[in-house]
Design a protein around this ligand. Structure first.
Ligand code: GLN
Length: 499
C-alpha cells in the first residue's frame, strides 16, 4: 500500500493523520498494512500480542468517525503499546511469566487518552520484565510467532540489543512496524532504546502523564512517553497523552494538557545549551562522543550558545537509583502473590508455601535480584544507611540541576556511553547494564523531562542519540530544539536496510 509513492509505513504520524483526514487512505487499510508488516517481521521479536479483530474493529470505528466528520486529532493513526500498559483488548504481561494469561478489565489512562484522540492499537510490544533492564534481554515472554522467550533484535544489526526496557517499542518504530509507540521511562527506558534504534523519544516531567494502568516498577520514577521517528510526531502523541488524572493517580500533576507542538518552529537563536562536563568523561566511547560533538556544532549553527556546566553528582546517580528503584519495586511487586491475579503455583502445602512457590516460579532472575536488594535496603538496620542516604542524595541531584538551569535553558549530552551492544555481551553481569544507565538516571531522579534525538551513527553503523534535558514543564522547548535540528538533518529519516 503506498500513498503518492511513499509506502504507508514510511509516513510520519503527522502525514498519516493528514492522509486519513483527507480520506486518501482509510484507517482500516492502514491498520491492515501495519499488521501485515508486524507478521512479516516477527523475527525481530517486537510484538508480544496482536489481536487482529480488535485492531480492525477500532479501525472501522475510526473510519466511521472520519466519515461523519467527528474525527479526533490523530484519528485512524495506528500505534502499539509497551506491554506494561494494561489494555482491555489485548493481554498484558509486563514481560513476566507472572502475568502470562492476564487480561485487564480496563485500559490504562494513557491508552484510553490516545484512543480518545482516534488512535488505533496494533498490539502490545515486548519489554524487559516489569521494565527492569537496559537491553530487553530480561523479557520472559514469547514474542508473536515464537514458542519460547526470544530476544528483541535491533533492526540496524540483528545481532545487537535494541536497548531497554522499552526495546520492543523502539524496534517497532525503527523497523516501521508501527508509526509510533508508547514507552515508559523509570531510569532511561524511553531515551536509551530510542538512542540505540535511531528514533526519537521523550519522557515528560514526572507527573505529566497518568500512571494509572501502567504496571508499577518504581512509582516515584515511572513516567510514560511517546516514541516515534521525529520530534514533531512525539509532540502530537504527547499532547494526547498528558493531563491530570486526579481520581486515579495521586501523583498526576494538576497542570492542564498542553499543545506540545506549539513551539516546534521557534528560533533557537540565543538558546543556552548547558554541557555537563561529567557527561563527557573517560567512560564515553569515542564514536558516541564524535557524533554528540558534531550535533552540538550543528546547534551552534542554529544560533544556540554552548555553556559549560557541572552536574557533580552524576556518578552517584547509579548507586542512588539502584537503591531507590529496587526499594520501590520490592514493595510494588508484593502484589504478585498468586492470590488476586497472575500465575499461581500448582502444588503447595499452605498459604505461605503458595506465596513462595508462586513468586519463585513467576519472577525472573533480575526481578528477584531487585526485590532482594530492595527488601535489604529497606530493612531495619539498613534503612538509614542505604535508603535514607539515597533519598538525600536524590534531592541533591535535583538541586544540582536547578543550579545548572540558572546558567542554561536546556542541557545536552549523550544518552548512553556506547552504541547498542551485542546480544549477550553483558552475560551474567548485571552491573554492566546498570553502569550503562549513567547519563539517563540523573534526569529521572530529578523528575525532569528528557529526550533522545538521533544525531548520527557510530561503531558498526549503529545509531547514536543526543540527550536533551529540560527544566520541569519544558517539554515544548525540548521538542522545539529537537525539531529544529531535524529540519536541517536527516538522521531521523534514515532507516535500517531491508525495512
Ligand atoms: N535500566 C534501568 C533499570 O533497569 C531503567 C529501566 C527503566 O527506565 N524502566 O531499572
Amino acid at each position: 500500500m503506498t500513498l503518492s509513492h511513499t509506502p504507508l509505513h514510511d509516513l510520519s504520524v503527522a502525514a498519516l493523520a493528514a492522509a486519513l483526514r483527507q480520506r486518501h487512505v482509510s484507517a482500516t487499510e492502514t491498520a491492515q498494512h501495519f499488521l501485515q508488516r508486524a507478521h512479516s517481521q516477527q523475527n525481530l521479536g517486537a510484538y508480544v500480542a496482536l489481536n487482529e479483530e480488535a485492531t480492525l474493529a477500532q479501525a472501522r470505528a475510526a473510519d466511521a468517525r472520519l466519515a461523519a466528520g467527528s474525527a479526533g486529532a490523530l484519528e485512524g493513526v495506528p500505534l502499539a503499546h509497551k506491554d506494561i500498559f494494561v489494555t482491555r483488548d489485548f493481554p498484558t504481561t509486563a514481560g513476566s511469566k507472572m502475568l502470562v494469561g492476564y487480561q485487564s478489565p480496563f485500559d490504562a489512562t494513557v491508552v484510553s487518552r490516545l484512543a480518545g484522540a482516534g488512535m488505533v492499537t496494533l498490539g502490545k510490544l515486548n519489554c524487559d520484565e516489569f521494565a527492569m533492564g537496559s537491553a530487553n534481554e530480561n523479557s520472559a515472554v514469547a514474542p508473536v510467532g515464537f514458542d519460547a522467550p526470544a530476544p528483541v533484535r535491533n533492526p540496524w544489526d540483528t545481532s545487537r540489543v535494541p536497548g531497554g526496557s522499552s526495546g520492543g517499542s523502539a524496534v517497532a518504530v525503527a523497523a516501521r512496524l508501527a508509526p509510533a509507540a508508547t514507552g515508559t521511562d523509570t531510569g532511561g527506558s524511553i531515551r536509551q532504546p530510542a538512542s540505540f534504534c535511531g528514533i526519537t523519544g521523550i519522557k515528560p516531567t514526572y507527573g505529566r502523564a497518568s500512571r494509572y494502568g501502567m504496571i508499577a516498577y518504581a512509582s516515584s520514577l515511572d513516567q510514560a512517553g511517546p516514541m516515534a521517528r521525529s520530534a514533531e510526531d512525539c509532540a502530537l502523541l504527547l499532547s494526547a497523552m498528558c493531563g491530570p488524572d486526579p481520581d486515579r493517580d495521586s501523583t498526576s500533576l494538576d497542570v492542564p494538557a498542553e499543545d506540545f507542538s506549539r513551539n516546534l518552529n521557534d528560533s533557537l537563536d540565543g538558546l543556552r545549551i548547558g554541557i555537563p562536563k561529567e557527561f563527557f568523561g573517560e567512560g564515553l566511547a569515542a564514536d558516541v562522543r564524535a557524533n554528540v560533538d558534531a550535533a552540538l556544532q550543528q546547534y551552534e549553527k542554529l544560533g544556540a550558545k554552548l555553556v559549560p556546566i557541572s552536574l557533580p553528582r552524576t556518578e552517584l546517580s547509579i548507586p542512588v537509583y539502584y537503591i531507590i528503584a529496587p526499594a520501590e519495586a520490592s514493595s510494588n511487586l508484593s502484589r504478585f502473590d498468586g492470590v488476586k491475579f497472575g500465575h499461581r503455583a500448582k502444588d503447595f502445602t499452605d498459604l505461605e508455601d503458595m506465596y513462595k512457590k508462586t513468586r519463585a516460579e513467576g519472577f525472573g532472575a533480575e526481578v528477584k535480584r531487585r526485590i532482594m536488594t530492595g527488601a535489604y535496603v529497606l530493612s531495619h538496620g539498613y534503612y538509614d544507611a542505604y535508603y535514607l542516604q539515597a533519598q538525600k542524595i536524590r534531592r541533591m541531584i535535583a538541586d544540582d540541576f536547578q543550579q545548572a538551569f540558572q546558567q542554561c535553558d536546556v542541557i545536552a549530552g549523550p544518552v548512553a556511553p556506547t552504541v547498542a551492544w551485542k546480544l549477550g555481551a553483558h552475560g551474567n553481569d548485571p552491573l554492566a547494564d546498570y553502569l550503562a544507565d549513567i547519563f539517563t538516571l540523573p534526569a529521572s531522579l530529578a523528575g525532569l523531562p528528557g529526550m533522545s534525538v538521533p544525531v548520527g551513527f557510530g561503531e558498526g553503523h549503529m545509531p547514536v542519540g543526543l540527550q536533551l534535558i529540560g527544566n520541569y514543564f519544558q517539554e515544548a522547548r525540548l521538542l522545539n530544539a529537537a525539531h529544529r535540528f531535524q529540519q536541517v538533518t536527516d538522521f531521523h529519516l534514515h532507516k535500517p536496510e531491508g525495512f
